[in-house]
Design a protein around this ligand. Structure first.
Ligand SMILES: [Zn+2]
Length: 265
């Protein structure tokens, strides 16, 4: 981390950071393990500082890669705390770029068989169980249920565990799943794509996944489809803010799996 902090973006054009022998550690265990690896927000900040020096613009892809792994473990708290870290990285990036000349896209490459279920009352913490007194009809085995469950994965038990007295908010609590699998699988539903900045309006509707990189290239005036790029004026401080007249200077893509943007844990 000290070496990372010492890297001067003004004097650096290329940077490779290898902080772990494999994946970065889960953010949730940072305090107890004394992990000093940079956060996703710190990595994002350094990348943008280096790339922003290029007056021709830049493309940056940031992946919140461990959200996926927490879900594969059926440990929702790992996935959700990584999602908070992912959100921090987006906030940091948006503070550093000019929205009038930066297209920001936030999306996922797949979902997980992860469910938020059971009609929890407003204000219930996501990692908690459904309070007994709000069950329209309690589970037919009369055992408590958590709000978060998985369709498959290592949280399966042939006899469903009775969660009475179990702290389901603890760090290593593994949610229950319906089908035994060593690793939980990805899901198949449609994914959300959020965009802001120039050409953000083309990211709407239901699209094939291949549309997204094509749309980013189109917005960036990169590739073969350039007819719309004629006459685009460079952004100036006095520009009225008309997106069509602004030259796109940067594209930021934030990629995750099974995105939940607003959570309470
Ligand atoms: Zn995966």
């Amino acid at each position: 981390m000290e070496d990372f902090k010492k890297v001067d973006p003004k004097k650096t054009d290329y940077l490779l950071g290898l902080f772990e022998p494999s994946h970065l550690q889960y953010e949730m265990y940072r305090k107890e393990t004394g992990n000093t690896d940079p956060t996703l927000a710190e990595l994002t900040e350094k990348a943008i500082q280096i790339l922003q020096k290029n007056d021709k613009g830049f493309f940056l892809l940031v992946e919140g890669g461990r959200i996926d792994h927490g879900h594969h473990n059926n440990v929702a708290k790992e996935a959700l705390t990584e999602t908070v870290s992912f959100d921090d990285a987006i906030v940091k990036a948006l503070q550093m770029v000019n929205e009038k000349e930066t297209l920001t896209v936030v999306t996922a490459d797949h979902s997980h068989v992860f469910n938020i279920a059971g009609y929890p009352p407003r204000g219930t913490k996501l990692l908690d169980k459904i309070p007994d007194d709000v069950h329209e009809k309690p589970p037919s085995d009369n055992k408590p249920m958590t709000i978060l469950v998985y369709g498959n994965g290592p949280g399966y038990n042939s006899t469903r565990q009775n969660l009475t007295g179990v702290d389901t908010t603890r760090n290593d609590y593994q949610q229950q799943s319906a089908v035994p699998k060593k690793r939980e699988t990805h899901g198949g539903e449609d994914l959300a794509v959020f965009a802001k900045g120039p050409m953000a309006h083309i990211f709407r509707g239901v699209r094939e996944q291949v549309f997204i990189p094509a749309a980013i290239a189109y917005a960036s005036c990169v590739g073969d489809n350039l007819a719309h790029c004629d006459g685009i004026k460079p952004t100036t401080p006095t520009n009225s803010g008309n997106m069509a007249e602004n030259r796109l200077k940067a594209s930021l893509v934030f990629l995750t799996a099974s995105m939940i943007l607003s959570i309470q844990i």
